[in-house]
Design a protein around this ligand. Sequence first.
Ligand code: ATP
Ligand code: FE
Length: 330
Amino acid sequence: SIILAFDTSCDDTSCAILGEGKKSNIVISQNFVHEAYGGIMPEQAARTHFENIDQATKEALKQAQCNIKDIDFIAVTIGPGLLPSLLVGVSYAKGLAYRYHLPIIPINHIEGHIFANFIENDIDFPFIVLVVSGAHTHLFLVENFGKYKLLGKTLDDAVGEAFDKVARILGLGYPGGPIIDKLSKNGNPYSFRIPKGLSQKNTLNFSFSGVKTYVKNLVEKSKDLSKTFICDVAASFQKACVDVLCEKTLLALKKYKISRLVLAGGVSANSLLRQQMSQLATENNLNLYLPSISLCTDNALMIAKAAQFRMDLATFDFDLIDAKASLNLV
Ligand code: ATP
Ligand code: FE
C-alpha cells in the first residue's frame, strides 16, 4: 500500500510518499521566517505551514509520480510539538482523508525520528536509541515496534535547544546546530572548560542548562568577539556536549548489555557526534546506525516509515485524532 504522510510539528512543512516502490520527501523550511527572531514564533510557524502545505503535497505527489487516487493511507504527526503547527498538519490530513475516504494513521513524532533509521537499514531488536533533537535528549531501550523503555533524559534543556541558545548568544543565527557544527571546524575544542552536565555521575540523565549560562558569562566578559573567539567557544561547547552524549550512551549500552546503537533527531546530523559515536562503536564492537543527514531533521518520510510499522493505528474515526503538544513515547 502507498502512504501519504505529513509532519508539521515544528517549523518545517513536510509531505512524503512511501510504498509500492514510490518514494518522495518534500521539506519546505521556514528558517528564513524565524531567523530574524533567533527562534521560532509558534503563530507565525502555523501561518506559514498553512501557506505551504498544499504546495508540499503537490510536489510530493509529483516527485513520486503519484496521483492522490493512488494513496491508501494518510499518516500524520499528532505530537509532540508546537500546538498551532501540529493543528495545521492534522486538520489538512483530516480534510484529505474525508475527501478521499482514506484511513488516518496518527504518528508520534519521536517514533518517526527513531524509525527514520529503518528507511535505509533493517535493524534487529533490541537496540538502544539516543534521541537528540530540538526538544529531546532521551535514551530508550527499544525491544520491538512500539515497545519502548525510557532509560534516561535531560532534566532541563534539550541538547538541540542548547545549540540554538548558544548560537543566539554568539549572534550566529537560527537554527544554531548546523552553524556551530561548521564554525567548530575552525576552532580549538580545548580552549574553554565548558561544563559537562552530570558527567562522571552514575545516572543516564542529562543536563544542558549550565552551558548556556557559562557561554553567556564568557561572552559578557570578553571584550572583542573575534572570529577566533567565536570558533573556539563553538568548538569547546560542541565537544563538551558530544563527550557527555557519548559517555551516557556507553553507560546505557553497558548497563543493559546491548550492542546495537541507533541515533535519531536533528542533532544526530552533527559531524563531531557522528565521528565520536563511530569511534565508540569501533572500540566497543557495536553495530551503529545513523540516518543520512537529510533524514536526521524533521521530515515526513520518517513519519511514513513509522506508519508502515504502526498500521494497527489506522482509523476512520477521525474524531479520535487530535494534535497534542506534549505526547510521551512511554
Ligand atoms: P523534537 O524532534 O524534539 O520535537 P525538533 O523537531 O524541533 O524537536 P529536530 O528537527 O529533530 O528537532 O532537530 C532540530 C534541532 O537539531 C535544532 O536544535 C538544530 O539546531 C539541531 N541540529 C541540526 N543540525 C545540527 C548539527 N549539524 N549539529 C548540531 N545540531 C544540529
Ligand atoms: Fe523533530
